[in-house]
Ligand binder design. Structure first.
Ligand SMILES: *Cc1c(COP(=O)(O)O)cnc(C)c1O
Length: 384
């Protein structure tokens, strides 16, 4: 069998298991998507605050732009000529909001997670990572020289034991977690993680706030803000691609860590910096984040309604956020249920292995603040 035939065979296996993916053909109209000739409410985006579909925001932003300030490319890495002042403005704003010494901006959350861990780890580093961390963190761990042990999802007792048993044998231990987990929508016990970290002098804490930045905390800074843990997190990472309705990512950290990353982080050094106009838009949003508290409260309310309904209908629902999984089990069954919801005008998507463990295929509702309570109640009618 040649290489192409081998690929075809593997694709065929995926298809037989209902796990073959394809890029969906769809167009966007505000909160709706149109796919297969059907107009549906988008229940699958990460636009948690509803900012991406807010035309007024874009109009306001455009008013401040001219041909001189609309810069669609940086033409270079930031270490060469790509370091436009808007970058430093965004970083200083972030550091001020988080109350950290510094912040550094990256091209995406994927760049951040695949770049930071390899940069700061060596063979005398132990990484202890939650079993359910995002693929980008897994890739970062793989690219690093560290030894890694995964602990059971949110199992603080196991983590405590692993720290006690292993910390003395390593120069440093880095505990890696998400704050809100992508697939279950549940949260990490940040306070306990901080407590465990503080028991040792050589433990650092890495928290990925991808799903929380913008949508949690009174200032919209994330779950670390909500739980009062910002100061104790060494690598506080988040993306602008979700609730902040932009692209790019950040770390809020000490100045030494920032300087170290600028010198050592390959996914920061060897890539063209994001377009200045994109950074300007991120800054525009970041400055407004604190003002979106009403949206955050509404989002919380509709999420509660949907979660309570799922629990009442007998689903196990681990979620504590606006990411609300309806765990069905078999992939084929999940696809049918998703299609049924789509027929009723709700664009909900199935999530299957390998994204989630075998036998836990699910419909992943990802709610946004521009969905009304009436729409949630309509959706509930079609949940079996
Ligand atoms: C989406 C996501 C990322 C990647 O962020 P991008 O900016 O989209 O590259 C990283 N971590 C988690 C947990 C995510 O959900």
């Amino acid at each position: 069998m040649n290489a192409i035939e081998q690929m075809q065979q593997e694709l065929q296996v995926l298809k037989e298991r209902s796990n073959l993916r394809a890029l969906p053909a769809l167009t966007h109209e505000g909160r709706d998507v149109i796919a297969g000739g059907r107009r549906m409410l988008n229940l699958s985006s990460n636009d948690y605050l509803g900012l991406a579909s807010d035309r007024k925001l874009r109009e306001e932003f455009l008013q401040g732009l001219t041909a001189d300030s609309f810069l669609p490319t940086s033409s270079s890495s930031r270490l060469l000529t790509g370091n436009f002042t808007i970058y430093e403005e965004l970083e200083q704003t972030l550091a001020r909001l988080f109350g950290t010494e510094a912040a550094l901006v990256f091209n995406s959350g994927y760049h951040a997670n695949t770049g930071i861990l390899p940069a700061v780890s060596d063979a005398q580093t132990l990484i202890l990572a939650d079993k359910l961390v995002h693929a980008s963190l897994i890739d970062g761990i793989r690219l690093s020289a560290a030894r890694c042990i995964r602990y059971r999802h949110n199992d603080m007792k196991q983590l405590e034991r692993l720290l006690a048993e292993n910390h003395a044998a390593y120069r440093q231990v880095i505990v890696v977690t998400e704050s809100i987990f992508s697939m279950d929508g549940d949260v990490a016990d940040l306070k306990e993680l901080v407590r465990l970290k503080q028991a040792y002098g050589n433990v650092l804490l890495y928290v990925d706030e991808a799903h929380a930045f913008g949508a949690r905390g009174e200032q919209g800074l994330g779950y670390a803000e909500e739980t009062g843990c910002i100061r104790e997190i060494d690598f506080l990472v988040g993306t602008f691609g979700k609730a902040a309705a932009s692209a790019g990512a950040y770390i809020a950290c000490r100045s030494t860590i920032r300087e170290y990353l600028v010198n050592r982080m390959r996914t920061f050094i060897f890539t063209t910096a994001l377009p200045p106009v994109n950074i300007a838009w991120s800054l525009f949003i970041v400055r407004k984040l604190a003002g979106f508290q009403e949206r955050r409260i509404h989002l919380k309310n509709i999420s509660n309604i949907l979660r309570n309904t799922l629990t009442e209908k007998g689903y196990t629902c681990p979620s504590e956020s606006y990411i609300v999984p309806m765990i069905v089990g078999a992939s084929s069954d999940t696809i049918l249920k998703a299609e049924e919801l789509q027929r009723h005008g709700f664009y909900a998507l199935p999530v299957r292995p390998p994204t989630v463990p075998e036998g836990t295929s699910r419909i992943r509702f990802s709610l946004t603040a521009d969905i009304t309570e009436e729409e949630i109640k309509e959706l509930i009618k079609y949940i079996p």
